[in-house]
Design a protein around this ligand. Structure first.
Ligand code: MN
Length: 154
């Protein structure tokens, strides 16, 4: 997904989130933002190259705390790719703006993607809270569910 989707949703005169105009090289990292928006959720972001070969953060909103152990499956709703620089963002998105509320880094660290298919990602996380092998699998089924994935530790 191009960053235009990200940019269209935001007014950069009002929010301090990065605009994503400069896209340089990236590293294999992940970050999870704790986002106290109208509904508290966690944003899982994996650094990866988009279809143009540019580094972005592929992003999923996880409504419950990400799984620290095996046996817990979480819904992860894919959202628009975020700029790579978003990995360092923390702050308050102003009231009335898209995603209004406090954004904090909940975990971050190295990422190693070992399987990267359209409907399935397998990756290793080396964060403070999340460590080990994780899987994201896209739900099959009706169109209305096409952004829904399952996120779990293996
Ligand atoms: Mn969010």
């Amino acid at each position: 997904m191009p960053l235009i989707d990200y940019q269209k949703k935001r007014s950069f005169a009002k929010t301090l989130e990065p605009q994503g105009i400069t896209q340089g090289t990236g590293k294999n990292i992940f970050v999870i933002h704790k986002h106290s928006a109208s509904h508290l959720h966690y944003d899982l972001r994996l650094a990866d190259k988009d279809t143009d070969g540019l580094w972005v953060l592929r992003s999923w909103a996880v409504p419950k705390e990400p799984p620290l152990e095996k046996g817990i499956k979480r819904l992860a709703v894919q959202v628009e790719d975020h700029p790579y620089e978003y990995k360092d963002f923390e702050g308050e998105i102003p009231a009335g703006e898209y995603g209004a509320g406090k954004v904090e880094i909940w975990d971050k660290g190295d990422l190693k993607i070992t399987e990267n298919e359209k409907n399935r990602l397998v990756f290793n996380l080396d964060g403070k809270k999340l460590k080990g092998e994780y899987v994201l699998v896209k739900f099959k089924g009706r169109d209305s569910k096409k952004k829904n994935w399952l996120f779990f530790k293996v």
